[in-house]
Structure formats: C-alpha cells, structure tokens
Design a protein around this ligand. Structure first.
Ligand code: SDX
Length: 426
C-alpha cells in the first residue's frame, strides 16, 4: 500500500492509498484533521469517496454502469426489475426458486394499511404527486413500528421488502388521487410491474388487461433507474441512516432530494423543455440559451456529474422509445425534436468541450408520456425504481463496520468573536 504525501506548515504527512476492485484509488484521509489541524475542502464532493460499496460501479469516461458486476445493458435486455432488486440486495443473481420466493414475498407486502388512504384526503387534488409521496412515505414509520429497529436484521429485511413492495401502491394512489379516480387494490396474480400498471390505469368499471409490451418497457425503465452509486439522493439516504433514523424516514429524505430538477426532477423538466421548444426549428434558440453564462437555463436531461460520455441508460431508453411507439402504434413529434436536439448539441463545441451528453432523464419522459403518465408523475416513477437502490445502499451502510454518523465540517468565513451590543447602543 503506497502513501500519498502532504506537506503543510513545513511538516510532511503520509496517507494510505486504498485500491478497490476497479476504478480510482482513494487517499485515506481519516486522520488528516487530527494530524494537520486542517480540513479538506470539496463542495459538491466532486473528489470525495464517502464510503466503500459493492453495489454499483460507474466509469463516467467509458460510459460503463455495472450492478454487482453485471452491465446495465445486459440487465436491461435479459433481466427483470425484481431480479435486479434481488441482485442489488443479495449480491448474486437468484438461483432455483430464489426469485419466485422473493417475488412472492414482495407481492404479499404490496397492500398498505387501510388508514394510509385517509392521508390522501388531506392533500389538494392538484398537489404534486412528489409532495404526496414525500409525505406518505415518511408517514409509513407511523404504521410499521415492528420494522424500525435498524439493529435487528429481521426487521431491516421486513422494512426493505415493505418499502420496495409498497412504493408502487403509494405511487399509483398518488396518481389516482390527482385524477379523482378510486384507489385500486393490488392484484397478486400480476407481476410487480403489471400490478403497478393495473393499480395506476385500471378502473373498477371495467377489466384492465396489462399490455405485455408496455409491461416489459416499464420494467426495463425501472431497471435503468434502480441504483446509481453515491448520487445526491442515495447520499441523502445514507446520511439520514447514519444517525440511526428508521428506514421509512430515510427513504422519504431520499425522495425529497430526488425531486430537485438537477437530479431526478430532470425527467419532468426535460419533457417540459421539449414541449417549450416544440418544433426542431426552435432548437438553436435553446442551445444558445444553454450556452449563455447569463442565462440560468440548462438543457434538461443533458450533462452528468460522473458521465463524461454517453449515459448507457440513455442508449437503452432511446431504443425503448421506438419499441413502445411500435407496440402502441403511436408517435410523438417531441421524440423527433429530442433526437434533433441531441444531434445538434453533440455537434456543438460547447457541449463537446464540457462533455455534456444525454443522461437517463432525456428520453424517459417521451416513453412515459406515450404510456399515459402525466409529466408530474415522472419523478415519482424514478423514486419508485430508485427505492430498490436506496434500500440496498441503506442496508450496506448499516452493516458497514466503518459506518459512523455523517458530520462534515466547514471553512468558516463569518464574523469572528465580538461582544453583544444593546439596541440603544447600535
Ligand atoms: C440524475 O448523480 C447521479 O448519478 C444522478 C443520476 C442518478 O441516476 O441518480 O444519474 C440521475 O440526476 C441525472 C442528471 C439529471 N439532471 C439534469 O439533466 C439537469 C441538467 N444537468 C445539469 O444541471 C448538470 O449537468 C448536472 C447537475 C447533472 C451535473 O452538474 P455538475 O456535475 O455539477 O456539472 P457543472 O454544473 O459543474 O457543469 C459543468 C459545466 C458548467 O459550465 P462551466 O461553469 O464549467 O462553464 O457544464 C455546464 C455548466 O454550466 N453544464 C450545462 C449543463 N450541464 C452542465 N450547460 C448546459 N446544459 C446542461 N445541461
């Protein structure tokens, strides 16, 4: 193990360099403040590894995304969301009847406490579904006290299954409430994703048949959103969990963070942007705005903190647009606008120099809109899928022997000590 050398105030220090199985090495600076009296400074954590993890690996330069070593493209094409959930939670692909048992367990947790339905009555019908999701998921800890002891592995497992299972039910309820339709109970005869589609689009007045092509596309979209290393919302879940907060509260914190337009809220913002652009002839105007330092406008669905190459999820997403359009025999001029916007942006020096490529959020809205979801539900769907990653990361953090409460420091630039002055002397 080599050391990284640091010279400060005419003293020399050495810090161990740790290597993972793949990816950048890390400099272990846990003793730096104690030895030097100085902090590191890294707003946005662009150069900071917050933990060790075995879940997901991203190579931003190469556009690589692995879940427990399996490439996202192969999982999206050959696996299922429930199998990817099992993989992230357990570390290996299920064998034998392990997947059936896991799916059966999840299925039997999809109902929510009947009292939870009354929570929705307090919201306005036009409440944003993400506002509802934040509130209702946080409230789960008021219902499931028997799975909030984070030091009990059995309770952690039950809470994990409850969160993964109930998120589709709550998401569908948020949609139903917004359109004034009755909530639909889960149907245990359906797949995880098929059940979600039925709870969302089914009505008591007539039977609902799950469209297999839509079910497959939706399941693939869930896979693409399942986990993504230490992104902002996952880091929020870990930080909340580091204080010992119960898992339902931690996931509610992750939902709140994901809502931001710079993060999971970008899928809603990207479709709104495409609708504002409208036709391809207006694309240059928006590209110029995105390049203008004095204009806060950014191309939504473009750029990424880690990917400085094409987001592999966007590749699969674009392919899925065509499959869904064909299956539903629909088209959307906004898809053509999106394709043209990508083409023009990727040929523009500004985007080339800053390595700004489409990310997972650029095409997802076009598909979700074609399936029938309103734009306001897009981030809810992201949160539904990312619950698997958040839960897996939360479990990994809780069982990490190095885990301690997260408590960053700061560079203080405020006033130094000064005496209080009474009002009549100011
Ligand atoms: C997600 O972290 C994850 O893994 C997130 C995620 C996940 O699965 O969890 O992948 C999901 O959040 C995807 C990203 C969704 N967000 C958007 O699409 C919103 C638009 N994109 C940006 O706001 C931005 O690209 C970020 C927030 C995604 C990344 O920002 P960074 O890494 O902090 O980069 P930056 O803001 O420092 O940008 C670098 C430069 C800047 O120019 P300079 O100040 O260097 O001159 O690129 C510019 C930015 O102004 N830039 C853009 C741009 N994104 C960055 N310019 C125009 N349009 C954009 N979209």
């Amino acid at each position: 193990m080599t050391d990284a050398k640091l010279s400060l105030a005419e003293k020399d220090f050495g810090y161990p360099v740790l290597s993972g199985s793949v990816g950048p090495d890390v400099i272990d600076i846990r003793k730096l403040y104690g030895q030097t009296g100085a902090f590191t400074y890294d707003p946005g954590f662009t150069s900071t590894a917050s933990c060790q993890s075995k879940l997901t690996y991203i190579d931003g330069d190469e556009g690589v995304l692995l879940h427990r070593g399996y490439p996202i493209g192969e999982l999206a094409e050959q696996s299922s969301f429930m199998e990817v959930a099992y993989l992230l939670l357990n570390g290996e692909l299920p064998k034998g009847d392990e997947l059936n048992k896991f799916e059966s367990t999840i299925t039997r947790h999809t109902m929510v406490h009947e009292q939870l339905a009354t929570f929705f009555r307090g919201f306005r019908r036009d409440a944003h579904p993400m506002a509802i999701l934040c509130g209702v998921v946080g409230a789960l800890s008021a219902f499931y006290h028997d799975s909030t002891d984070i030091h009990d592995p059995t309770q952690r497992t039950i809470a994990s299954h409850r969160l993964i299972a109930k998120m589709p039910t709550i998401a569908a309820m948020a949609y139903k409430y917004s359109v004034g339709q009755p909530f639909q109970y889960p149907d245990n005869s359906l797949s995880y994703t098929g059940n979600f589609l039925k709870m969302t689009f089914g009505v008591p007045a007539e039977p609902y048949e799950v469209n297999p092509a839509v079910e497959k596309a939706m399941d693939r979209i869930f896979i693409l959103h399942a986990d993504h290393e230490q992104n902002a919302s996952t880091s929020t879940v870990r930080l909340a969990g580091s204080s010992g907060a119960n898992p339902f509260a931690c996931i509610a914190a992750g939902i709140a963070c994901l809502w931001g337009p710079a993060h999971g809220g970008a899928n809603e913002a990207a479709l709104n942007m495409l609708q504002e652009i409208g036709t391809p002839d207006r694309i240059p105007e928006f590209i110029n705005r995105a390049k203008d330092k004095n204009d806060p406008f950014r191309l939504m669905g473009f750029g990424h903190r880690v990917y400085k190459n094409y987001d592999p999820r966007a590749t699969v997403m674009q392919k899925t647009v065509r499959e869904v359009f064909e299956a539903l025999n629909v088209s959307d001029p906004l898809f053509e606008t999106a394709l043209r916007l990508e083409e023009l942006a990727l040929s523009d020096d500004y985007f080339i120099e800053k390595k700004l490529f489409p990310n997972v959020d650029f095409y997802s809205g076009v598909i979700l809109s074609a399936i029938g979801f309103p734009t306001s539900m897009f981030t809810v769907l992201f949160a539904l899928a990312r619950t698997v990653g958040w839960v897996a990361q939360w479990n990994e953090m809780i069982t990490d022997p190095d885990q301690k409460i997260g408590r960053p420091r700061q560079l203080y630039t405020g006033p130094t000590a000064r005496p209080y002055v009474s009002l009549d002397e100011r």
